[in-house]
Unconditional design. Structure first.
Length: 431
């Protein structure tokens, strides 16, 4: 049985469900959740279940429902379903508790803790959300969960922060993706814990362990001089996805890796070898292993991490051990494939009155946006207005907002004509 004195296992999954709502996840999640449980057998003679499980979603359900604030119903149902599946596939019938869940439009995050290890020590649970769509709306943005794992006694323990995000789409919008990430850093703010030694709102970096997951939408941007760039070579480009050796070459054109190496984004965060699995986007719906010809295949779905014992002097090395990082090809209801990761954290820090925090490069100091609250609730207000109008148009259009808009305009025109004709005075008879 794992205790807070052992190295904790953290299992993470992320999936863009392609606006599928309740139909976006199969009833049996064994393909997504069970592989990580089995890999943990490398750690000991007896298979060990993860201590913490985090599951993130993007494009959880159609936008008009998400904007209207109706995501909670789907998330509540999914939360219980996922917990039951984790327990069903746990190697020793371990039980789990939901630590917290949070959703903003279509971006959702759920975190579970094992009852016989971490769950009994969890405290100071916080949730947060922010939007980085047009006018800070939530069609793009991030959600976060932070909590403290406190050992016995009066010591502070360590804090865990999980962030799930959905950034700007399309290959040319690299600058917007970087801006989205920086917006999340500045506006996804958590109240400072007394045990952190900090005051005021804090960013996601003010934590002992940080995990960042989601559809980050960074693309494989092949330069024009590369022989694979020609449209006639698309089949050849797809063939590059079949072997890890060729993917290792292709990864050098991955926008996220390039920008992270330049220190422009995801500073302080590390990632396992994402090229060990095939690109997670864009697949043809209903297909296990067939890409769409509309997009260059890319690793859009990612899981990144950092811990307080990592040194800023060695940005490519982490004291978190990646045991598994893979995609799940069998899911075919989305043009994305889910990704899963199993991470072994370093041994807990020595007892101290304050929690240890991430060490960052001296050139990087994440600072909260003083207008964060105003921006977040401006976006939330616009979400609701757009959502209710959109939902109404879908309703009157029998499922189509376009038909609904036409029906509304037609009905409004008919009502205006009827009103104007009924208000016209009758002509006087000629004497």
């Amino acid at each position: 049985m794992a205790t807070t004195n052992e190295r904790l296992l953290v299992q993470i999954g992320s999936y863009n469900t392609n606006l599928q709502g309740g139909a976006g996840v199969p009833q049996d999640l064994v393909d997504w959740l069970a592989p990580t449980l089995q890999v943990s057998s490398f750690l000991s003679r007896q298979t060990r279940a993860p201590d913490i499980v985090a599951v993130g979603f993007q494009e959880l359900l159609p936008l008009h429902l998400g904007f209207s604030g109706l995501s909670n119903t789907v998330l509540n149902h999914r939360a219980e379903h996922i917990r039951s599946q984790i327990e069903a596939h746990a190697p020793n019938k371990e039980r789990y508790s939901l630590v917290a869940k949070v959703v903003n439009v279509g971006v959702a995050l759920l975190v579970y803790a094992r009852d016989d290890s971490v769950a009994r020590h969890v405290c100071d649970v916080q949730t947060q959300w922010t939007g980085c769509g047009p006018a800070y709306m939530g069609n793009k943005g991030g959600v976060g969960i932070r909590f403290r794992v406190k050992p016995e006694g009066n010591m502070a323990g360590e804090t865990f922060t999980f962030v799930c995000a959905h950034l700007a789409a399309h290959e040319p919008k690299l600058a917007q993706r970087v801006a989205d990430y920086n917006h999340i850093v500045k506006t996804l703010l958590f109240p400072a814990l007394p045990t952190s030694g900090l005051t005021g709102p804090t960013t996601m970096y003010s934590t002992s362990h940080l995990f960042f997951l989601g559809d980050l939408n960074f693309r494989v941007s092949i330069p024009p001089s590369h022989p694979l760039i020609a449209s006639t070579k698309r089949d050849e480009a797809v063939a590059y996805m079949k072997t890890q050796t060729l993917r290792a070459e292709l990864k050098e054109y991955d926008q996220l890796l390039v920008e992270r190496r330049k220190g422009r984004v995801f500073i302080g965060l590390k990632e396992a070898e994402f090229w060990s699995f095939q690109c997670t986007y864009k697949y043809q719906l209903g297909e296990v292993d067939k890409y769409s010809t509309k997009r260059t295949p890319s690793w859009t779905d990612r899981i990144m991490f950092a811990t307080h014992t990592d040194s800023p002097d060695t940005p490519e090395k982490s004291n978190i051990t990646s045991l598994l990082y893979t995609s799940i090809p069998s899911y075919t209801t989305s043009d994305h494939k889910p990704v899963a990761s199993l991470l072994l954290l370093p041994s807990p820090s020595l007892p101290a009155p304050t929690v240890p925090l991430l060490r960052l490069p001296s050139t990087f100091t994440p600072t909260p946006d003083p207008l964060a609250t105003l921006k977040r609730f401006t976006g939330r207000t616009l979400d609701r207005i757009v959502g209710y109008v959109w939902w109404f148009l879908v309703l009157v259009g029998a499922g189509s907002a376009i038909i609904g808009a036409f029906n509304f305009l037609l009905g409004f025109g008919a009502w205006s004509w009827y009103r104007s004709s009924s208000d016209t005075p009758a002509s006087s008879p000629v004497v």
